[in-house]
Design a binder for this molecule. Structure first.
Ligand code: ADP
Ligand code: MG
Length: 437
């Protein structure tokens, strides 16, 4: 019994494998404790919300119908979703290892508050590195003689949480132990871990008659996708076929195709509309916790409603971020590029694939960014806080809902984007302080 982890490779232009360290900050960055706590406190609510959205077919279909007219990548995901749904799910459970990303907005100094950037259902990696970085940060603080306690620079159990979620899913699949493998899960060495590309799955994985997933003779219990959120992860039909094969299987998927869809930018824009959260979450306190983190988001669909959003973007481009249905960093438009895009696509359905989001303005602070190939100097930077959540459930039942660990990313003040893998941001740890910013 096995779990598999899909991973994309880092290669140089000549095709050789690249080895370089992950960009990180030299010291932890200051985060107000109250803001950190607010982000933690709403994680279970968001886990439930995303899970419920993912299981509401009409909501997904209505929210995505205009995107599906124009966005080929979303069409590919939707096709898999539709096929699996029509065939009937062989595996009722989904595993979510979500990451909810926030910035601390300081536009109004009297209301410093966390605001959600996005919630990730697939592009939610790097948790394990953050769990280790805290040890380096304690060391660098020791070296400069800066006093801290463990409540200020907290342990980060993001890595443990993800492993625990994978283990629980493995157990829920119905197995308790297996042969020790070459690579295994630290929490339970009986769980073998295989790493496979989509092409490997296309070529070497099969489904039994009752749709058990078999890879190299092993039955797979859990599939953890670490690639598959960018169009270039699917250069040919073979990768799409592999994704479909995984999805049709009895293995528990992280994320399942419906979880993947629920994390799309368009879904998050529709969720932010009046009444949407309330449709899924009945506890008014939970609704309030969720809604308190929202900034306004607008449809850009061709038509009167989208025209209103487009007008806002054109007149005040500096106050918004323009987002396509993409994950992983490097795809958004800012400032004058927003105006230009909206003017060029004034009468085009291309607009349907984008949403407009109010810009969050985080406070600048200082840190050293240690990035491969770049000089490290004390710089003005801003941070983005991610909170990890683990969820396992079916359409009718919640099995596990928990929060575990966090991730801080820090980037130069003048950089708009914040992706780690795209080289825009550095991994960081919070230094929690009681004082106001
Ligand atoms: P991706 O899926 O590419 O990570 P995000 O929505 O997280 O998409 O946007 C990428 C980056 O753009 C974020 O990490 C953040 O730095 C910046 N960003 C996104 N939305 C906003 C916003 N509303 N205000 C300010 N910056 C934002
Ligand atoms: Mg992001």
């Amino acid at each position: 019994m096995t779990g598999i982890c899909m991973q994309s490779e880092q290669r140089g232009q000549d095709g050789t494998m690249l080895a370089q360290h992950f960009p990180f900050t030299l010291f932890p960055s200051v985060v107000p404790r109250t803001c950190f706590q607010e982000a933690v406190d709403c994680m279970l609510d968001f886990n439930t919300l995303i899970h419920k959205v993912a299981h509401d077919h009409n909501f997904l279909e209505n929210a995505l119908k205009n995107v599906l007219e124009v966005d080929e990548f979303t069409q590919g995901l939707w096709k898999i979703y539709t096929q699996v749904r029509e065939e009937g799910y062989t595996q009722p459970l989904s595993l979510g290892l979500f990451r909810n990303d926030f910035m601390i907005d300081v536009q109004d100094p009297d209301h410093v508050q966390i605001k959600q950037v996005e919630i990730n259902t697939i592009a939610a990696g790097a948790g394990s590195l953050g769990s280790l970085l805290v040890y380096l940060h304690r060391l660098t603080l020791d070296m400069i003689g800066k006093h801290y306690d463990k409540e200020e620079v907290q342990d980060n159990d993001a890595s443990l949480g993800a492993a625990w979620g994978l283990l629980k899913a493995w157990e829920l699949y119905g197995r308790k132990q297996t042969d020790p493998g070459v690579q295994s899960l630290s929490l339970n060495p009986g769980v073998r871990v295989l790493r496979r590309t989509y092409l490997d799955i296309y070529n070497g994985a099969s489904l039994t008659e009752d749709r058990r997933l078999v890879v190299d003779g092993d039955e797979v219990a859990v599939v953890y996708l670490r690639a598959g959120y960018a169009p270039n992860d699917f250069p040919t039909h073979k990768e799409w076929d592999a994704r479909l094969k995984l999805e049709r299987s009895m293995a528990i998927k992280c994320p399942s195709i419906q979880y993947h869809l629920a994390g799309l930018k368009k879904i998050q824009q529709v969720i932010s509309q009046p009444g949407s959260v309330e449709k899924f979450i009945k506890d008014p306190a939970a609704v309030k916790r969720i809604r308190a983190t929202f900034v306004k988001q607008y449809s850009l669909d061709l038509g009167p409603e989208g025209d209103k959003g487009a007008e806002l973007g054109k007149t005040h481009p500096g106050m918004y971020v323009l987002k396509p249905q993409r994950e992983g960093g490097g795809h958004n438009l800012y400032g004058n590029d927003i105006r230009e895009f909206l003017e060029t696509h004034q009468n085009s359905t291309e607009r349907n694939a984008y949403i407009l989001m109010e810009r969050i303005f985080p406070k600048a602070h200082k840190n050293y960014l240690v990035t491969p190939g770049r000089p490290s100097a004390l710089s003005d930077v801003t941070s983005e806080l991610g909170i990890f959540g683990v969820y396992i459930g079916s359409a009718t039942e919640e099995k596990i809902n928990m929060q575990c660990g966090h991730m801080l990313r820090t980037k130069l003040l003048e950089t708009d984007e914040g992706g780690l893998c795209t080289g825009h941001a550095c991994l960081d740890s919070p230094f929690l302080v009681n004082d106001e910013l």
